[in-house]
Design a protein around this ligand. Structure first.
Ligand SMILES: [Cu+2]
Length: 136
């Protein structure tokens, strides 16, 4: 009985992941740092295909020393950015990173490779890896 349940669960997960990955990125627009600067930005939409919210707590990239999730806010008429500790993609919902709002900050390029790889983590779990080819 126990083995039967485990097998069934495995098949269900396999079928699910084959058709629809849990987290999907679209409208990806990465803007590398301009010459002479150390900060680029990244914009994209994350869509959650699962029944549960997915909370992104960290983003890493081999091509950057640090990647931060930021939010642009206007305080006393001055536009500022503040780091976000986490971003939650609701169950069957989407979250957008776009200019003037929530965005990714690509900080200090390491100079490795033409494209950019981004790893999205939820705690210790890797929930999405994106390989974005370089533009030329
Ligand atoms: Cu920023």
């Amino acid at each position: 009985m126990r083995a039967g349940f485990a097998t069934l669960l495995f098949l269900a997960l396999a079928a699910c992941s084959a058709q629809r990955p849990p987290l999907v990125a679209s409208d990806i627009d990465l803007r590398p740092p301009l010459p002479g600067t150390q900060m680029g930005a990244g914009y994209l939409t994350l869509t959650n295909n699962t029944e549960d919210p997915i909370t992104i707590t960290k983003v890493t990239s081999p091509q950057y020393d640090a990647v931060q999730m930021h939010e642009s806010v206007v305080e006393n008429g001055i536009a500022r950015m503040r780091p976000l500790d986490s971003v939650t993609v609701p169950a069957h919902g989407s979250v957008t990173f776009e200019p003037g709002a929530r965005h990714l900050m690509l900080m200090r390029p390491t100079g490795s490779g033409a494209g950019v790889t981004l790893h999205f983590l939820s705690g210790d779990s890797l929930v999405l890896t994106l390989n974005v080819p370089g533009k030329d």
